[in-house]
Design a protein around this ligand. Structure first.
Ligand SMILES: Cc1ncc(COP(=O)(O)O)c(C=O)c1O
Length: 375
């Protein structure tokens, strides 16, 4: 059997990783400024994380959601405390798309309505409802298109008010900072007004923090830069540092019913061990402070690269924009300088998502490599 060939590949084969570095089978060392697609939060193969998962595996790796699993409560408790979202309840699942799928379903259950407002250039995943609210017709199959979604430009509150006014909207879904779209984001005023409009019309506000959450923006969730309290928050990527886990944080006022949501694998013992280790390390190693410090440094140092037109994003969720397409630059960074970076819908933008443990010295390596290539 061959693989179903859906991914265009760079010809690199990582076999080992540690901290912000990965090594290929020839022992070539790469600086990981892509974090495995924004997934690596506390650093590759963090020793405490490895210990926690290994120990858990020797005890019990998995049982179904029909038994008591105290690790789920421990994870929920720690997540509430560290994120400042103690007045939410946690539903555990396995990926970002699944988190958004459940968030949208919950909004539809709660309101009895089905139309969703999403934003231009949004990416929310590839499952049935998540892909419909993703602004990319190319990845929507006819079966997906039965659902109702309206895409609006970011930061146009009048259009949001107009659409919500029609009375058939279940939820507004928005990324804390757009990832795949290219690092655009709502202004604080926009987030606040959307929140107000949602509250006044019993529409749920869903914040997709799958990529921007877990400390990546310098606050636990990116929306916390804007002083709002969404109804539902979705998370995945950095939550497990590579172990598949997702979460839906649901405001206390929405009550659960048995059978309303469910999953076989979500919240299993191994996933919880990974999730708890990640939270413990974010707290113990003060990774959010590190993100803010490194972001300050990056913001200054990047000014020394004259070809850069604009820097977007916050913390260690960054985009550097040029006035040319960055495809070739990314290849040179990987094959000549041994640095992984990411792309986005904006072909002129280099996306940077290093582990949250990256240091100033790694920023220096990246910026020097950029300068050498762009000379
Ligand atoms: C903002 C956002 N939401 C949802 C997803 C989907 O997550 P997953 O690939 O884990 O299903 C992604 C993935 O890139 C994302 O960036």
């Amino acid at each position: 059997m061959e693989l179903f060939d859906v991914y265009p590949l760079y010809n690199v084969t990582p076999v080992k990783a540690e901290g912000v570095y990965v090594w290929d089978e020839n022992n070539t060392k790469y600086l990981d400024f892509y974090g495995g697609h924004g997934v690596i939060s506390i650093g590759h193969s963090h020793p405490e994380y490895v210990k926690s998962l290994s120990e858990q595996l020797t005890k019990i790796g998995f049982y179904s959601n029909s038994i008591v699993n105290p690790l789920q409560q421990e994870l929920a408790h720690k997540l509430g405390k560290l994120s400042g979202c103690e007045n939410y309840n946690l539903f555990l699942c396995n990926s970002g798309a699944e988190a958004n799928e459940n968030a949208l379903k919950l909004a539809s259950f709660e309101t009895g309505k089905s139309r969703i407002i999403a934003f231009k250039n949004a990416f929310h995943g590839r499952t049935s409802a998540a892909v419909v609210v993703t602004d990319n017709p190319g990845i929507n199959a006819p079966i997906n298109l039965q659902q109702k979604v309206t895409f609006l430009p970011l930061n146009d509150i009048e259009l949001v008010i107009h659409e919500i006014g029609k009375g058939d909207v279940a939820a507004v879904i928005i990324e804390g900072i757009q990832g795949v779209g290219g690092l655009d984001e709502g202004t604080a005023a926009f987030f606040q007004e959307v929140q107000k409009e949602c509250n006044e019309n019993s529409v749920l506000l869903i914040l997709d923090e799958v990529q921007s959450g877990y400390g990546r923006s310098g606050k636990f969730f990116a929306f916390q830069h804007h002083h709002i309290q969404p109804d539902v928050i979705t998370t995945a990527k950095g939550m497990g540092n590579g172990f598949p886990i997702g979460g839906v944080l649901i405001a206390d006022k929405y009550k659960a019913k048995y059978g309303m949501l469910g999953t076989t694998f979500g919240g299993n013992h191994l996933a919880c061990a990974a999730g708890i280790a990640v939270l413990d390390m974010i707290e113990k190693e003060k990774l959010m402070d590190n993100v803010n410090e490194v972001f300050q440094y990056f913001s200054e140092e990047i000014k020394t690269v004259p070809q850069i037109k604009k820097v977007k994003g916050k913390g260690l969720m960054l985009g550097v924009e040029f006035d040319f397409e960055v495809g070739e630059l990314r290849k040179k960074l990987i094959f000549d300088k041994h640095i992984f970076t990411g792309g986005s819908n904006n072909k002129n933008l280099l996306r940077i998502l290093p582990p949250l443990s990256a240091k100033k010295e790694h920023i220096d390596i990246f910026i020097n490599a950029l300068k050498e290539i762009l000379i």
